[in-house]
Design a protein around this ligand. Structure first.
Ligand SMILES: Cc1cc2nc3c(=O)[nH]c(=O)nc-3n(C[C@H](O)[C@H](O)[C@H](O)COP(=O)(O)O)c2cc1C
Length: 380
């Protein structure tokens, strides 16, 4: 991807190739979209303090995690509907992650099933993200499928008990479930290449796109509301985490924590890790970002479990900031999708390579070999 030099270039490419409704579903936030602005401001308030004449320490970005080594302190975050961004998008992302030596987290709401992703990317370190359904017995059956596909790391999303207020999607016609609307149909007509490369192959192989993991008969397709048995469990609580802990013999991660008390509770229940996350600014609009809360959470539970972070990463230096504030691993959501939209597996590999280069350059300028040694300087 020689002409794509930074995140914004990939984002611009994605905007041109994807239908507007799909692009905005990926790109935007909720309600007044304050969270997106606040995330950026949070990163911009924190500077990295260089040490000069440091003797060129070799940057060490490989990261031990759950008994394996990840080549970079990056994992690809779970994102619903990646299979609509590129044909077999989830498989392409899994292959890209495997080529880069990093984990890929498969979403409950992916188009492609975990079994097909495993078959398409046998070497990938696959994690599985769980949205707990109203009928929890169906969720337990789903995690057994994930385990049988070689998944050891289960990521339970805790910050989404209800559907979100995405007003722009109501306007641009990209609603989930999808509905035929005039803006939606015009949008498709303006993106014939996406229709030919992504939509038509999907229609030809599996009909109207479906959420791959929904039990047969309950999922309908992405144009029909799911049955209530597979609706998000609104009453999700810590007892669900206890039950999942008993049923899952691999690593259990809770995603979507910003409150230090919640982090403590997770640690007490024997959870192996948390993702400090505001869901990429796509859920509750007014809430503190990971930048604000990471140091407190790291102080409270660091050493007792693995702390990861995500939301708002646009540069390698954003990743370094999360790491310097106490995260051991950083998840990227939109970055992976924009790489995917720009060139499938190769585009996602190029995007991750770009983030790696940005991190290595910054570490050389900072005179540090390890992200954990980086000093921060906060602007008041
Ligand atoms: C299009 C899209 C779909 C997403 N779907 C899910 C999902 O199904 N489950 C989940 O836990 N998080 C989901 N997320 C949130 C990501 O896992 C992650 O927290 C977020 O994207 C990180 O922010 P970033 O996109 O700024 O890197 C989604 C994010 C995007 C952009």
């Amino acid at each position: 991807m020689p002409s794509l030099l930074n995140y914004d270039d990939y984002r611009t490419r994605a905007r041109s190739v994807l239908p507007r409704g799909l692009f905005e579903y990926i790109d935007r936030g909720t309600e007044d979209e304050n969270a997106l602005r606040y995330l950026r401001r949070g990163f911009d308030r924190v500077m990295l303090m260089p040490s000069v004449l440091a003797g060129a320490p070799v940057p060490e970005l490989s990261t031990p995690l759950f008994g394996r080594v990840s080549a970079l302190p990056i994992a690809i975050a779970p994102t619903a509907l990646a299979g609509m961004v590129w044909h077999d998008g989830e498989i392409e992302l899994a292959r890209a992650a495997a080529r880069c030596g990093i984990p890929f987290c498969v979403a409950t709401q992916s188009i492609t099933t975990i079994e097909r992703i495993r078959a398409g990317a046998p070497d990938a370190n696959l994690w599985f993200q769980l949205y707990v359904w109203n009928d929890v017995s169906l969720s337990y059956a789903l995690i057994r499928r994930a385990r049988a596909s070689g998944v050891r790391t289960l990521v339970v999303t805790a910050d989404t008990p209800v559907p979100l207020n995405r007003e722009y999607n109501a306007r641009n016609g990209f609603t989930v479930p999808f509905r035929c609307s005039v803006p939606g149909m015009l949008d498709l007509a303006r993106h014939p290449r996406w229709v030919a490369r992504v939509l038509l192959p999907l229609l030809a192989t599996s009909g109207v796109p479906r959420y791959g993991h929904y039990p047969s008969g309950l999922e309908g397709n992405v144009m029909r509301a799911s049955a209530s048995a597979v609706g998000l469990k609104r009453s999700l609580d810590w007892q669900d985490i206890v039950e999942l802990r008993q049923r899952w013999d691999g690593e259990l991660i809770v995603k979507g924590i910003v409150n230090v008390e919640d982090a403590r509770r997770a640690a007490q229940l024997g959870v192996d890790g948390i993702v400090v996350s505001v869901h990429g600014g796509r859920n509750l609009d007014p809430q503190p970002g990971p930048i604000d809360v990471l140091p407190r959470i790291a102080e409270a539970v660091g050493g007792r479990m693995t702390i990861m972070a995500d939301s708002g990463v646009r540069r390698g230096t954003d990743i370094l900031k999360y790491l310097a504030l106490g995260a051991q691993m950083v998840l990227v959501g939109r970055a992976g999708l924009y790489g995917l939209a720009s060139g499938g597996e190769a585009g996602a590999v190029a995007m991750i390579g770009m983030l790696r280069n940005e991190m290595e350059t910054a570490m050389a300028l900072l005179g540090k070999g390890r992200p954990a040694d980086i000093q921060l300087f906060s602007l008041s």
